[in-house]
Design a protein around this ligand. Sequence first.
Ligand SMILES: Nc1ncnc2c1ncn2[C@@H]1O[C@H](COP(=O)(O)OP(=O)(O)OP(=O)(O)O)[C@@H](O)[C@H]1O
Length: 363
Amino acid sequence: MSLRVQITHRFDSFTLNAAFDAPAGVTALFGASGSGKTTVVNAVAGLIKPDQARISLNDQMLCDSATRLWLPPHKRRLGYVFQEARLFPHLSVQQNLRYGRWFAGLRGDSAEETRLITLLGLGPLLARRPGALSGGEKQRVAIGRALLSAPELLLMDEPLAALDEARKAEILPYLERLRDETQIPILYVSHAMAEVARLATTVVVLSDGKVLRAGPVQNILSDPGIAPTIGLREAGAVLLAQVVTHHPDGLSELSAAGGRLFLPEVTAQPGRTLRVRILAQDVILSRTRPDGLSALNILPGTVSMIHAGDGPGVLVQLQTGDAQILARITQRSAQALELSEGKPCYAIIKSVSVAQDNVGRGA
Ligand SMILES: Nc1ncnc2c1ncn2[C@@H]1O[C@H](COP(=O)(O)OP(=O)(O)OP(=O)(O)O)[C@@H](O)[C@H]1O
């Protein structure tokens, strides 16, 4: 299951020239406003005819300018979820869900309907009209409706952007389940790095119409080179870590590639794999193993990259086990520690700096 995209398209003062693959899982298209994310989605959906493109989904060509092939939107088996849920206000949740299947010309499939209702937690909402739903609930219905049309690809264009933080936090676990329990590739547009870090399996960073980086989420987020695009405050790596145990003092112990992590209590059972986003600004470096320090998380590693920016700071990438972590420190500290590639080093992370929102289901 995969989407392959290669597009060149010119508007008056903007040129999109992008190529990437979106395998099964969530491929996040990330970039600043005006970087070309929606233009990519529109080209995949068939809402614009690019100047030159070759776009295929699984073994079907959606668009190939070399052979003048261009499948109209209704012949592309895609599901859409936009910023606004766009539900029919006069229909119940159940009727809205069924509309997706009916519109795609498919017969009802009660087993699939039940599976999606369970997956998205829609059971208690089925009889309600959209007017009686929260923003997050509406989006879950919109996702269910899109999936019931049996798409081969789900396009999600800023699906959480209109929701407040509490509603976002409520819907993220459902999106994680969708990622982990369905095989459909999801192309997910976002300019919120916290969302990308929680959900993406693949990240495509767009900058001014070009692909700056594309690849697995762990590799891209730990690459200091994307910091100017994503912003220094958002720079940070994601680590996979397995829950070992929960301690009575309210801390959970996790095992990551580089060592043990102690975090404020997480809800997952021991044995579960989680992804943990550690912001570069929350990491301190030391050349020797610190002693007599309050911070509980000390991961040994080796400096693998040093990236100086315009300001007084540098981003240091540390290889720890088979994972990477990012630290943002001052140039002055980097010099004082005589950091250079290959030098052994310790990353120190305060437990309480890892917020609950930065811990999600691993994939
Ligand atoms: N129909 C159009 N005609 C002319 N220019 C356009 C058209 N559509 C988009 N553009 C321009 O193309 C560029 C990319 O737009 P696009 O909507 O793809 O960006 P985006 O990354 O999705 O931005 P945002 O996050 O703000 O939605 C912008 O400079 C935009 O002004």
